[in-house]
Design a binder for this molecule. Structure first.
Ligand SMILES: Nc1ncnc2c1ncn2[C@@H]1O[C@H](COP(=O)(O)OP(=O)(O)O)[C@@H](O)[C@H]1O
Ligand SMILES: Nc1ccn([C@@H]2O[C@H](COP(=O)(O)O)[C@@H](O)[C@H]2O)c(=O)n1
Length: 212
């Protein structure tokens, strides 16, 4: 019987965590870009932000989006379980501009390898247990803040003042309380102050071995 890290071989699930702006999405895109589309799937924790359609835009602006309670982990875990059983899921779509879920979903089929990425994916014990390989991407906090500022203004419809005030009131304290401590659960820590092609190649090699 084939095993990986002591577990029976089925779907290989990688969990990739790290503070905002550390480069998780970039690392995942780099890993996936040279792998066959139909063998590897990606799920972002961001897709599972709680549905806040019942709140006004102003009320949504007050939510702490860095606290574990802002994420529908039950749905994320249920979806991962369904994928493991070979079933497709209706993955939610999150809008950073509207700060809530959209009405549409994306039909997402199971793949031999699934990558789950997000700031808090190693902090939830039940989700963490589902991962065969746990990865933490590290970048220094000043580097992350600079990247976050540039990205949020360019892509997420936020202005300078909003990004900085959220950083002080929610992002930094939640990082210290929940995200940084989850590093201890990682099997692999990727230093990412600079683009780390060696680490990306190593993870891709592990996945390729699994894909045969
Ligand atoms: N190693 C790196 N060096 C410089 N910029 C990076 C690096 N990795 C990612 N970035 C940039 O930083 C921003 C945040 O990266 P992203 O992958 O979205 O981070 P995360 O998903 O962890 O929040 C993006 O604009 C991305 O292009
Ligand atoms: N409406 C929202 C929801 C979340 N955020 C921030 O996103 C960060 C997590 O995503 P990354 O891609 O950066 O890992 C998190 O720090 C939230 O503060 C937001 O700005 N607006």
């Amino acid at each position: 019987m084939l095993t990986f890290g002591g577990k029976l071989l089925g779907m290989l699930i990688l969990g990739i965590a790290g503070g905002t702006g550390c480069g998780k999405t970039t690392v995942v895109n780099q890993i996936v870009e040279e792998l066959p589309d139909n063998e590897v799937g990606v799920i972002s924790q961001d897709s599972y932000y709680n549905d806040l359609a019942h709140l006004t835009k102003e009320e949504r602006g007050q939510v702490n989006f860095d606290h574990p309670n802002s994420i529908d982990f039950d749905l994320l875990i249920k979806h991962l379980q369904l994928l493991k059983q070979g079933k497709s899921i209706e993955k939610p779509i999150y809008s950073f501009v509207e700060e809530t879920r959209l009405d549409e979903t994306i039909l997402t089929p199971p793949r031999k390898v699934m990558i789950v990425e997000g700031i808090l994916v190693l902090s939830n014990p039940k989700l963490r247990e589902m991962f065969d390989i746990k990865i933490y991407v590290h970048a220094d906090s000043d580097e992350r803040l600079i990247r976050r500022l540039q990205r949020d203004i360019r892509e997420r419809g936020h202005d300078l003042e909003k990004v900085l005030s959220r950083y002080q009131t929610a992002v930094k304290p939640m990082h210290q309380q929940f995200i940084e401590p989850s590093k201890e659960f990682a099997d692999i820590i990727i230093p990412n102050n600079h683009y780390n092609t060696v680490a990306v190649d190593m993870v891709r090699t592990i996945i390729n071995e699994r894909l045969g």
